[in-house]
Design a binder for this molecule. Structure first.
Ligand SMILES: [Zn+2]
Ligand SMILES: [Zn+2]
Ligand SMILES: [Zn+2]
Length: 255
């Protein structure tokens, strides 16, 4: 199973529009962060985690040619509102792309992208994305990968993190309840939210993320959902062994 981070930036992306800070003006490509999403290539196809407003650019940049299923973490704009771009992955498919999320996310999809579910457009791939919506109830298998959904807290909103075998993707959270923490042990790779150094009501800071890493002890950890406060090189140099700041395009193989 291969995992690739298609985006590692916070909701505004980095550089931020109209910002003249050192990170936004930096020429280091690792300081250029599209909105957070993940590609998991399993033996049975490609799983996309979240459809960001940058999905078109991310797909072109990655040379992504097919999406066989989509998992959603939560319905915030930076994780969902590029959903219409899935249309390009529907061309030539005989069946809708299966999408999975919690009830809150599926409700938001039906509301914001209502046109995609109108009976008149069903089967009209040229006009709207052809999608089937599936509520996640527990662990299941997708594209040859074991998928274990885990609840984490993103401020007051419970959202989904995902474990795929020995790899887990935990974006947008500032607390992990004990039941989920117990399911995140023994990992080869953990990708975890770490927005910036200053406190935030819905995201882990770097220090808070490092506390979680110290408790879970994955073999490797990558920090994601990064704001323009963090310069890649400077921040990365200060992280403990086994922990790195993620960057767009980072990929790794996991069992
Ligand atoms: Zn986000
Ligand atoms: Zn900036
Ligand atoms: Zn969010």
């Amino acid at each position: 199973m291969k995992a690739t981070l298609l985006g590692t930036g916070t909701s505004s992306g980095v550089p931020r529009i109209a910002c003249d800070c050192a990170v936004c003006l930096s020429s280091d490509p690792r300081n250029k962060r599209l909105r957070c999403s993940l590609l998991v290539e399993g033996s049975g196809g490609n799983i996309l985690v979240d459809t960001t407003p940058d999905l078109r650019l991310q797909s072109l940049r990655q040379g992504l040619r097919r999406v066989d299923a989509v998992l959603f973490t939560h319905p915030h704009v930076d994780h969902l509102y590029g959903l219409d771009e899935l249309r390009s992955f529907c061309f030539g498919r005989s069946a809708p792309i299966p999408c999975y999320g919690d009830e809150g996310t599926l409700g938001r999809i039906r509301h914001v992208f209502d046109y995609a579910f109108k009976p008149v457009y069903q089967g009209m791939t040229e006009s709207v994305p052809q999608l089937s919506l599936n509520s996640i109830a527990g662990p299941f298998e997708l594209c040859g990968c074991p998928v274990e959904p885990l609840t984490v807290h993103h401020g007051r909103l419970p959202i989904l993190a995902y474990r795929f075998g020995s790899f887990a993707y935990v974006t947008d959270c500032n607390a992990i309840p004990p039941a989920s923490l117990g399911r995140l042990r023994g990992l080869e790779v953990l990708v975890l939210d770490a927005l910036r150094h200053n406190n935030h009501p819905t995201h882990f800071t770097v220090a808070q993320a490092l506390e979680v890493v110290a408790e879970l002890r994955p073999r490797r950890a990558y920090l994601t959902h990064i704001a323009h406060d963090l310069d890649h090189e400077k921040t990365n140099a200060a992280l403990p062994a086994g922990v790195e700041l993620a960057y767009d395009g980072l990929s790794f193989e996991v069992a």
